[in-house]
Design a protein around this ligand. Structure first.
Ligand code: MG
Length: 453
């Protein structure tokens, strides 16, 4: 007796339907066309039941509901009601990004297919000839995220499903504890621990202990601008081990402690500081050298066992490749809204898996909820996730961005809405205009020398 099941009448009908036999287009496909009949439009499997969608308009939406300038790209399509959102935030030069989007990206994109994200990324990246700088990279990040948002909406799936599904149930995130004294920082760490946080970043007096710095000589000399800030690097370097000691004594060993040096310290000072931090078991020290000092990394790595997160100021994935292959740092630290969006971030994240380098995307207040969601979708889907920076999402932010991820017990939870899952209320967004903050971020040593971040 044959064990091969004979096709039933229903199976045969389905097979004919699948092959297209019985329709004019099916016969045309098989026999090379019906004489006198018009060729039917070619239908691919992925578009079956979903008409082709083109880009109709690309625009920037700038808003500052929680004081930081945010820029969001909105990609509108030929399908009524279908649009995508992406974060293009470069908070320090937001108006330049708005111009790049409205004046150049719109003309480049209109009429193009929303489906081909990689092609759109590569073609926009080289379309200016001179490339790979902030502003255009930010615009491209927004476009890329918006196209992924559209793809998820068309597939009726949250983005993490398109990236492979969940590798964990939620995204661990870290809070920011600050204070004027080490004791005050420890108090704040304990508060976060009570809220369920297992990871806390600790800073004394802000980045580089700026709020603690004494009155500098360059101000007395009338050098620089009145808004320029002063960093006493020596005092900072000596304060950090004491900060870790106090917090460890008060908060115990269980909490993971992070610290950001913001690239502001000389490499040798950084080596000495990190050696003193080893006994306090930091989770990571962030951006230990400036991009110009990357050649010091090998010596830094050989001198201390402290883990490093690196790359907040990187512009391009290529900057990670050699350093990863040499195991120079442990966490990928980049701004998803600057590196070019989800497409390149997935490439660098997957590359990290091969070198045991985990992710720790940049996620403070100058990332919009759209960008926070984009990062969290990646965090859910990849294996080599480390920890995610996050901020409290305040009331105004939630009004402007319905669907913002939820923060609970030290985890970020996404909505299961299709795409990125975050929307924007343009009327609410218009209530919070951005400001020009060009004068900020100037930091000087005692004698007035600029300190590079
Ligand atoms: Mg940083």
């Amino acid at each position: 007796m044959s064990i091969i099941k004979q096709p039933s009448a229903i199976d045969r009908r389905n097979m004919l339907k699948y092959l297209g036999i019985g329709s004019a287009s099916g016969l045309a496909a098989i026999f090379g066309g019906v004489p006198g009949a018009k060729a039917a439009p070619r239908e691919t499997r992925y578009t079956r039941g979903v008409p082709p969608v083109k880009i109709r308009n690309v625009k920037a939406i700038a808003t500052a509901p929680q004081s930081a300038n945010l820029v969001v790209v909105k990609v509108e399509t030929t399908e009524p009601g279908l649009y995508g959102l992406g974060c293009a935030t470069f908070t320090q030069r937001a108006e330049a990004v708005v111009t790049a989007i409205n004046s150049y990206m719109n003309d480049f994109c209109v009429g193009k297919d929303v489906d081909n994200i990689e092609d759109m990324w590569q073609s926009f990246f080289v379309s200016s000839y001179w490339r790979n700088g902030p502003v255009l990279n930010n615009a491209l990040s927004g476009l890329d995220q918006a196209l992924w948002d559209i793809k998820g909406k068309r597939a009726n799936m949250p983005l993490y499903q398109l990236l492979g599904g969940k590798a964990r149930f939620a995204v661990d995130c870290y809070a920011h504890a600050d204070g004027k004294t080490a004791e005050e920082v420890a108090d704040n760490v304990l508060k976060f621990m009570d809220q369920g946080f297992r990871y806390v970043r600790i800073q004394l007096g802000g980045y580089g202990s700026l709020q603690l710095a004494q009155h500098p000589d360059f101000k007395d000399a009338g050098f620089g601008s009145s808004t320029d800030e002063f960093m006493d690097v020596n005092a900072y370097v000596h304060s950090v081990p004491g900060l870790f000691k106090t917090v460890r004594m008060r908060c115990g060993e269980e909490v993971s402690l992070l610290h950001d040096t913001h690239e502001r310290v000389e490499p040798n000072d950084m080596i000495n500081m990190c050696r003193r931090l080893e006994e306090f078991n930091p989770y990571w020290i962030e951006d230990p050298v400036s991009p110009e000092n990357m050649n010091w990394f090998r010596q830094l790595r050989a001198s201390t066992t402290v883990p490093f997160a690196m790359g907040e100021l990187f512009n391009n994935n290529n900057e990670f490749v050699g350093a990863m292959a040499d195991h120079l740092f442990d966490y990928i630290r980049c701004h998803l809204s600057q590196i070019g969006g989800i497409t390149p971030a997935m490439k660098v994240a997957r590359l990290g898996e091969f070198f045991n380098v985990k992710t720790g995307w940049h996620g403070p207040g100058d990332v919009s909820p759209v960008g926070h969601a984009a990062q969290a979708h990646i965090d859910l889907a990849i294996w080599n996730f480390g920890v995610q920076e996050c901020i409290p999402f305040g009331e105004k932010l939630l009004e402007v961005f319905p669907g913002t991820p939820e923060l609970k017990n030290g985890y970020i939870y996404l909505t299961d809405a299709p795409g990125l899952g975050v929307d924007i209320d343009e009327k609410q967004a218009a209530k919070y205009p951005i400001s020009n903050n060009a004068g900020k971020w100037t930091l000087r040593a005692r004698n007035g020398t600029i300190i590079r971040p």
